[in-house]
Design a protein around this ligand. Sequence first.
Ligand code: SF4
Length: 354
Amino acid sequence: MKRKMAMDTLQFTSITELNLSEMVEFCASLEGPSYRGEQIFSWIYNKGATSFNQMSNIPVSFREQLAVKCRIFQTKMHIITASKDKTEKFLLRLPDNNFIECVLLRDGKRNTVCVSTQVGCAMDCKFCASGILGLKRSLNTGEIIEQILHIKNHLPSNEHITNIVFMGIGEPLANYENVIKALRIINADWGLGIGARNITISTVGVIDGIRRLSREGLKVNLAISLHAPNDAIRNIIVPSNKKTGLRNIIAVAREYFNATRRDICFEYTIIEGINDSKQDAKLLAQTLKGVQCNINILPLNPVKEYNLTPPSPEAVEAFCSILRNHGIVATVRQKKGNNVNAACGQLRLRIQKS
Ligand code: SF4
């Protein structure tokens, strides 16, 4: 089995890992004209082709060469689970038999795909299922893109993907090069054609990564998982904060806004008895004073392995009111897909442990 996988890796070019110029170059290596690359991408990204046989405007001999030299998908759909609120969670098997999750969230006309960027996560946030098994490896660009393609191909023809959020398993900015390449494919007209305004990168606060992202010219939305109003609390629930520090995160958030003119979204998982007091809300408002931002308050989605619970809805509302009274736009995000283990990493954790 291992030998076969190694052969696969050696022999096949994964199309989902290529950008347009690389695809054109690849077609040229097969003596195909330069427009062939765009044709193939159009079949995969627009028409949902899953095999070369479907590419009817490409000569049969060229299709046969493609079938020998490359593959469209390196990942396989393993399980799909659906919840009552129409959230669907997809578990994909990777070529090395690891699993990753992606989620489709439906909200009116908006269909958001939440993608993973790593197998596991090294950040070890103390409320998150994704960090429990540690980091195994980062995903390549194709493994990121295919999460979106599998969901796109799964949707009925009258539904489309409107938004992409990098909020699944892993820290996107710890897999910088592959994530940026995937972003460009998602955003490109020859790729998935999703506008930068509809793409969000969520980070726990990788300072260098945020700074580099601000210079990419991509202008995607930035969400920073803050979860605490000060270093004392954040050091406990987000251990990576011991290295970064809240002050540096706020400074780089300002830099990102100045470079992109995109409001920063701060995410705040609210946990009973940890970060939910009125004092915490006042402190948070002070910490974010003058930052062009909004806050998403996310009542904790409990993970069995941690003994933590969300506050009551009344307590969450009281917390939000304090923020609003300080002029901050604060929104409570309702949990979606609870009965499909939709909290980041829960389904994978269940499968890997079984
Ligand atoms: S919350 Fe995000 S950064 Fe933290 S452990 Fe989970 S996946 Fe990693």
